[in-house]
Design a protein around this ligand. Sequence first.
Ligand code: F6R
Ligand code: MG
Ligand code: MG
Length: 388
Amino acid sequence: MRTTVSVIKADIGSVAGHVVVHPDTIATATRVLAEAKAKGVIFDFYVTNAGDDLELIMTHRKGVDSPEVHEVAWTAFKEAAKVARELGLYAAGQDLLSDAFSGNVRGLGPGVAEMEFYERPSEPIAVFMADKTEPGAFNLPMFKIFADPFNTAGLVIDPKLHAGFRFEVYDVFEGKSVLMNSPEEMYDILALIGTPGRYIVRRIYRRLDDEIAAVVSVERLSLIAGRYVGKDDPVAVVRAQAGFPAIGEILEAFAFPHLVAGWMRGSHHGPLMPVPQRYSRCTRFDGPPRLVGLGFQVRNSKLIGPVDLFDDPAFDETRRLAQRIADYVRRHGPFMPHRLGPEEMEYTTLPEVLEKLKDRFIKIEGATKAAEPKLKTDLLSRETKEGD
Ligand code: F6R
Ligand code: MG
Ligand code: MG
């Protein structure tokens, strides 16, 4: 039998603004999942949170995109959102963009990362859950884990890893995907995934035998809703050891607190700080963006664990560096590159502010008009043009 691991998450409301999930919503989701387990729809589950995001980690035998399993998740979020409304939690029901469930939660708001595999005799996995950032935040660490021999010693040493990995990259603007092989196409992969707001590593396969190695949620709420409705705080599942990167090679990729988009109002770059579960609450300037990692063994479709993977002093220096970077970038205030560029700001409330200014502009005598920007990145000139 093949086992499926499904991690499905949504922000359905939180305490003291966008800080942390309420225990009653966790309890509600736990009840719904316990009922599904009793009915045999799912085999096991673990409900937790990453900051203000409610996270459902489930195992079952129904494959990815199972309508039954997605319905369980949808019901858990709906019920939890009901409790959130009763408690007056902030942004109750935020990520549930639709009222109607039609067989799959994708496109309705929740983020989804699922993979199906034959369990190895021992099957370690890592589940990563981020808050106040976007799915492309995983691009850099996924590349390091599966393509960078300076991160992953096994790429050089272990014959099972040595053949490399295949990256499935999504273009979330065009709704297209491409498969690319590492190491040969490493530079082409980087040419895409270096733009993490658009090109997102969705899945990674081991080339030796096409076994699934990793999956990342790619939902971008703003692209679904057409406006800013909170960041698309992503989740990922990675298989570890015995022919996959060791758990320590996987975690090593997060020892560098790289800059990601998100943070305050989903509009700022900041360092991704790996933290133990107890520090998964974004306070300073609604951040800085956090990452929680939980390790499990999957056995007969049950979850053994978790281990709180970043609850280790070995990551103290990463956290300290993240805080120094946070201090540094914060001093830019409303200036780029701390604030995101215009293309990303299109989905925030900034265009409403710019709209008010467009009629104030007057022509500069003798000035020639610069070439039209190829990308629709320059909000102001676009607004002015439309106002012509
Ligand atoms: C980031 C996030 C928060 C809010 C901010 C303003 O993902 O959700 O940073 O954008 O707290 O929230 P509102 O507009 O709800 O007051
Ligand atoms: Mg929130
Ligand atoms: Mg969140």
